[in-house]
Design a protein around this ligand. Structure first.
Ligand code: ADP
Ligand code: ADP
Length: 235
């Protein structure tokens, strides 16, 4: 069975828009196996963020059914981690404390945070080490380059060991060299831990380099118009 499953999903952002048949996404059908890495590409405004919001339960569909990990999605999902184009680290917190943040606020970790702080810190240090940020634990965001901040934000997205990682243009603001380095970092993390990844990107080369399957979304209405599974070996 699929890990992420959309059955004929439509979303209008308001009743008024729905009355005019103005859907942000429509007729979305999708089955993603557990552990898959998919990419969604398409022009601005085609519905990529809407798709992400539906997948994580931040929005409920106007019509259709969504299941993730065998469960209907009824509210914000705790099994997902997210990173965006802007790393948005809290400037008054060290790298380590930024990475720990989800464990301080997401149940069930929240209630254990004080007792398990040492263990959680070890986990954060191990992740930072994997992405090449060993030695930067106690630096503040302004002391890190853009690429390093983005690495930290990916660690923050993974610290609660989510089953699903959602990435919305995570490398868009980086130079080409840093971006390709981070592609490799991400691929290594994924190969090792096999969480599901949904990557939204404008960069076709990035989608082909990273994803198992690339979905192309068209604008008005937002629909999947093509799907391509990328064979190994990769470019
Ligand atoms: P993308 O992420 O591909 O740029 P979005 O999912 O943000 O596209 O937007 C899809 C469509 O839904 C666009 O027409 C956008 O203007 C509209 N939209 C997005 N968010 C809202 C909202 N909160 N209220 C009304 N319309 C929205
Ligand atoms: P939310 O789901 O909490 O409304 P969104 O990310 O959808 O958050 O949108 C953030 C803000 O931008 C909201 O105030 C939303 O209404 C507004 N917004 C985004 N896209 C559009 C749009 N196409 N038309 C109207 N408002 C939009």
């Amino acid at each position: 069975t699929a890990f992420i499953e959309f059955r004929d999903v439509w979303l209008a952002y308001s009743d008024a828009l729905r009355a005019q048949n103005q859907f942000a996404v429509e007729a979305i059908d999708l089955q993603v196996p557990r552990g898959a890495f998919i990419a969604i590409v398409g022009p601005s405004g085609c519905g990529k963020s809407t798709f992400m919001k539906l997948t994580t339960g931040l929005r409920q569909p106007s019509m259709g059914k969504i299941r993730v990990a065998g469960q209907p999605v009824t509210g914000p999902l705790k099994i997902s981690g997210m990173a965006f184009q802007a790393p948005s680290l809290l400037p008054w917190r060290s790298t380590l404390d930024n990475v720990l943040l989800p464990l301080e606020i997401v149940a069930p970790y929240r209630s254990q945070f004080r007792q398990k702080r040492k263990e959680f810190e070890e986990r954060a240090r191990a992740l930072l080490h994997k992405v090449g940020l060993a030695g930067y634990e106690h630096k503040y965001p302004w002391q890190l380059s853009g690429g390093m901040q983005q690495r930290a934000s990916i660690c923050r997205a993974l610290i609660h060991e989510p089953q699903m990682l959602l990435l919305d243009e995570p490398f868009g603001a980086l130079d080409a060299f840093t971006r390709e380095e981070l592609w490799c970092t991400l691929r290594d993390l994924w190969t090792e831990q096999r969480f599901n990844v949904i990557l939204v990107t404008h960069d076709l080369r990035e989608s082909v380099f990273l994803a198992d399957t690339v979905y192309v979304m068209s604008k008005s209405p937002g629909r999947f118009v093509a799907q391509k599974t990328i064979p190994l070996p990769r470019p």
